[in-house]
Write a protein that binds this ligand. Structure first.
Ligand SMILES: Cc1cc2nc3c(=O)[nH]c(=O)nc-3n(C[C@H](O)[C@H](O)[C@H](O)COP(=O)(O)OP(=O)(O)OC[C@H]3O[C@@H](n4cnc5c(N)ncnc54)[C@H](O)[C@@H]3O)c2cc1C
Length: 436
């Protein structure tokens, strides 16, 4: 073994728990473990808040308001609670959290393999190996872009970008842009690129429409107040489907503007159906656009009815804004079903089609045939293995920053009991009983 390798190995070692990833989820778990005096380390392939530093576009702001950005023992204390953090502000928020809890983070330490070993797990990294009894996977839900295979049939003259690669309109030539996907990311990019002077076509499938503000309050406030964000994974009828629901069409701007399809049409974006094929340089769109829009309008109306009914019971004498119902989504009489990419001068296609986690390094029998982790609310099918931060993992809010707290308490309690640790209640004051 070379001197350098020996030195690297010396830096690694044995701990009770290895946490993979120093995003907000891994840090929140670290605080829990520290308070329970459980020996652990966080292994991070880049820097703290790495995804926010390197995998987001320049203009992105959180779509959750500042007052909602909170982590265990830590919350936003600035003078703009109704604002939305920019990327540098999010990085600062998470960085400060890591410092304030004294998180034991090893940066630039990429986990390349996790396998079972005697009495636990062996975690292999580019900077030595770790032996531990339990592993918490907090490596994020957005590691690999889910790009449809029809991307392979594109003419070479078309540039393609995933939303991880897109930074700003300066990356694009002056031709038109086809944005595929109309969740929060898709509508935000369509808006930014159309404003930059390029013609945008937006391919729209199932989507969730929401106003930014309703009756004077941010829509996130209503979702919180009605308990919608707290709905649990074991309470909904179809959790597989619930986990696939796209993120709502929201944007965080100082004007607290609503960004729905009508706003985009008004700005000049052309709305078309789902992209279903690319043949002979022509993009083909499904005829389902009207149905998807009607469904989104219907769900929005139901949500607003639910909010109004809630206020009648819970805030009958509170001065709120007027009840409002919004125009239905405008759809052309005959939406375009095909687009000749060359003749329409399309220069770029942006895939805003979602992401999936990367578990290529996980060598334990915890993945199903599709490569999804088999878990029950974050408790992985293999003992001693936990996951955090996935969409609707334990609650609808699980993938949000403010969703980490409840999940960490429950999974942390399960983990403490798995380790057979008996933390003193004084040291671990927030220990609650795991519910599953
Ligand atoms: C475009 C976008 C907008 C969002 N907007 C909001 C919002 O407005 N409000 C909100 O609350 N949430 C928002 N989210 C959701 C959520 O906060 C993020 O997905 C968040 O980054 C997830 O946190 P995490 O800690 O679970 O994972 P991440 O922040 O992704 O952290 C995972 C960490 O693990 C590291 N890692 C990965 N693989 C390895 C490995 N093999 N070895 C070592 N380290 C590894 C990564 O470098 C990274 O630092 C948004 C997400 C996206 C993608």
């Amino acid at each position: 073994m070379s001197q350098a390798t020996r030195q690297l190995r010396l830096r690694a070692g044995t701990v009770d728990v290895v946490v993979i990833g120093a995003g907000h989820s891994g840090l929140a778990m670290s605080r829990f473990l520290s308070r329970c005096s459980i020996d652990h380390v966080i292994l991070e392939k880049g820097e703290i808040a790495n995804s926010w530093r390197h995998e987001r576009w320049d203009s992105l702001r959180l779509l959750t308001p500042n007052w909602q950005s909170r982590l265990p023992g830590y919350e936003y204390t600035g003078d703009d609670p109704d604002g939305y953090m920019s990327m540098p502000e999010v990085i600062e928020f998470i960085d400060t959290y890591a410092r304030s809890i004294g998180a034991p983070v090893r940066t630039h330490t990429a986990v390349t393999s996790v396998g079972t070993a005697e009495d636990g797990y062996r975690v292999v990294t580019n900077r030595g190996d770790w032996q531990c009894r339990a592993v918490v996977i907090a490596s994020g839900a957005h590691n690999l872009p889910a790009v449809p295979s029809l991307c392979d049939s594109l003419p070479k003259s078309i540039q393609t970008l995933t939303t991880k690669e897109y930074r700003n309109p300066g990356q694009l030539d002056d031709r038109g842009v086809l944005v595929v996907g109309a969740s929060a990311t898709g509508v935000q990019l369509a808006d930014e690129i159309q404003r930059s002077g390029r013609q945008v076509t937006l391919a729209v499938g199932e989507h969730i429409r929401m106003p930014r503000v309703y009756r004077g309050f941010d829509i996130q406030w209503w979702l919180d107040a009605l308990g919608i964000l707290d709905e649990r994974y074991d309470e909904v009828d179809d959790i597989i489907r619930a986990r696939r629901v796209p993120s709502p069409q929201l944007i965080g701007t100082p004007e607290r503007a609503t960004l729905d399809l009508n706003a985009l049409t008004h700005r000049g974006v052309e709305i078309v159906g789902r992209l279903v094929g690319i043949n002979d340089g022509k993009a083909q769109f499904s005829g389902s656009l009207r149905n998807h829009c009607m469904m989104a309008d219907l769900k929005l109306a139901r949500l607003l009815d639910r909010i109004d009914a809630w206020t009648d019971v819970n805030a009958p004498n509170t001065a709120l804004g007027e009840r409002e119902r919004f125009d239905t989504t405008w759809v052309a009489d005959s939406p375009r079903l095909s687009l000749d990419l060359a003749r329409s001068r399309i220069g770029t296609i942006i895939w805003a089609t979602g992401f999936r986690p990367d578990y290529g390094w996980l060598h334990v029998p915890a993945l199903d045939r599709k490569g999804h982790l088999r878990h029950d609310g974050g408790i992985v099918a293999v003992p001693g293995l936990y996951v955090l931060g996935l969409n609707f993992m334990r609650r609808r809010k699980s993938s949000f920053i403010h969703g980490a707290e409840d999940d960490v308490h429950e999974l942390g309690a399960h983990l403490v009991s798995y380790l057979g640790a008996r933390p003193q209640l004084g040291a671990c004051p927030q220990l609650r009983t795991a519910t599953s």
